[in-house]
Design a protein around this ligand. Structure first.
Ligand code: UDP
Length: 482
């Protein structure tokens, strides 16, 4: 059935791009969008850097999932950096190389690919596909994998600069309120701005890059965001003043699950993590033996690194809180001041602990949905934040970089879904926040997280805003292809 639908709905070759270096977040979101479009019968070519594709080929989960869509293919493009270039942690260099060196290769690839590429969905972190699409007359939509609130704050950076709200003048200036991000005047502090704003030099290349990328968004025919209307409505109405065609289709992971369920595939209950790491499922067996809502899940995503001292502050805070925990500690997550990876201390290596369990990588969506999990200590990567919202799990936020500072402010101050520990790493604060979240203020958080989870589920259900927006997006693509 699927095959005949695909053939009958064959509409050309749709291209999407992912340009993130071992950054699970972008890869995850892009693959989910690609799968949703494949499910709708569109023929999708997924363009990735050779480096990331190489990592993806290790994931049997990803390979198995996509081979069942006959119109789907992976394609690769070189990032034009030396083979042994340390890409992790050097995202700027990779993006610059892709923008400059890979651009002509991308253009040639578009011209030569058969069947021809006649629609592009680009990851909005990279601007050059906009130029190439314009040159070749191919319609292009932009997909931003960040929250709407963060996208909007990026968009307003030039106004903040013009009114001298930026640069931030040191640590003592961090609690000053920002007034030039419409919709956020009452609660946005310098501290909550995306980490790229924490520079004294306004010509800082990261800052310039995010401003340039974001300001180019209206050049694309439409913007796609992994969020939902009930979560970010006030900010979405600000964004739509500049990008009138903005499709909110999140939370993507839940929308995909719902769509799969509706066509009753065997995988309707699958975890679509698209993991680049080997998932340790032993933690689920451990969770099965724990009391309901008793476990704090701790994970800082795929990129966050911390010092050994910070890790030990978390460890002591969590142990002193006397709460049960499941902790993801990636082997590469502790570095010294020179950026060299350090060994994980003995007591924190994987395996069972007195009240806890440590793994290198967990099946996160499944963990968050587990009845034993009652809280999430997170870095607030956008995927993790959305996954927590869908699962109705309250959060303690310890943002690391980029959009995470904004997300954590929204989680605590706007959505009231948890507590923000931003910029602090002290065992006493950790202990207190864990107790507040898991015991003392539990009721209030359980109420607000349950309400938001309900709205998220409604949004992806048949007739919900994200589900309808996806249908509109697909219709729009088909219209462009016809
Ligand atoms: N994740 C996972 N297992 C882990 C930790 C993370 O499957 O042990 C997944 C998580 O479910 C999320 C992604 O990795 O989908 C992390 O993306 P996010 O945007 O939260 O953060 P990033 O890694 O980009 O900083």
């Amino acid at each position: 059935l699927l095959a005949s639908r695909l053939i009958s709905l064959y509409l050309g070759n749709l291209l999407s791009t992912v340009e993130k270096i071992t950054a699970q977040g972008h890869v995850n979101s892009m693959l989910k969008l690609a799968e949703l479009l494949s499910l709708a019968g569109l023929r999708v070519s997924f363009l990735n850097t050779e480096h990331i594709h190489e990592l993806l080929t290790h994931s049997t989960d990803v390979q198995a999932r996509f081979t069942k869509y006959p119109g789907f293919q992976f394609m690769t493009i070189p990032d034009c950096l030396p083979v042994d270039y340390p890409r992790t942690g050097n995202i700027m260099e990779v993006i610059t190389s892709l923008e400059v060196n890979s651009k002509p290769i991308f253009k040639r690839l578009l011209i030569e690919t058969r069947p021809p590429v006649n629609f592009i969905i680009g990851d909005g972190i990279l601007g050059s596909p906009l130029d190439v699409a314009a040159e070749l007359g191919i319609p292009i939509f932009w997909f931003r994998t960040i929250s709407a609130c963060c996208f909007w704050s990026y968009f307003c950076i030039p106004d903040m600069i013009e009114s001298c709200e930026l640069p931030i003048k040191g640590e003592e200036d961090m609690d000053r309120l920002i007034t030039k991000v419409p919709g956020m005047e009452k609660f946005l502090r310098c501290r909550d701005l995306p980490s790229f704003c924490r520079v004294s030099d306004l010509t800082d290349p990261h800052l310039v890059m995010v401003v340039n990328e974001t300001r180019q968004s209206p050049r694309a025919q439409a913007l796609i965001l992994n969020t939902f209307e009930d979560l970010e409505a006030p900010i979405l109405s600000q964004i739509r003043k500049h990008c009138p065609k903005t499709y909110t289709i999140g939370p993507l992971h839940e929308l995909l699950k719902t769509k799969l369920r509706s066509i009753k595939t065997q995988e309707s209950s699958y975890q679509s993590s698209n993991s680049l790491w080997e998932v340790d499922r032993s933690c689920i067996t451990w969770l099965d033996t724990q009391p309901s809502q008793s476990v704090l899940y701790i994970s800082f995503g795929s990129i966050t690194v911390m010092t050994r001292e910070q890790l030990m502050e978390f460890w002591h805070g969590i142990v002193n809180s006397k709460k049960r925990f499941l902790w993801v500690i990636r082997p590469d997550s502790v570095t010294n001041k020179d950026g060299d990876v350090e060994k994980i201390p003995e007591e924190l290596q994987e395996g069972p602990k007195e009240r806890g369990y440590v793994v290198k990588w967990a099946p996160q969506e499944e963990v968050l949905a587990h009845k034993a999990v009652g809280g999430f200590l997170t870095h607030n990567g956008w995927n993790s934040t959305l996954e927590s919202i869908v699962a109705g799990v309250p959060m303690i936020c310890w943002p690391y970089f980029a959009d995470q500072q904004m997300n954590s402010r929204y989680v605590s101050e706007v959505w009231k879904l948890g507590l923000d520990m931003k910029d602090v790493c002290d065992r006493r604060v950790v202990e207190k926040m864990v107790n507040d979240l898991m015991v003392d203020r539990r009721e209030e958080f359980v109420r607000s997280t349950a309400r938001m989870a309900e709205l998220a589920t409604k949004g992806v259900s048949e007739g919900g805003s994200s589900s309808c927006n996806l249908n509109r997006l697909i219709e729009d693509i088909r219209f462009s292809l016809s």
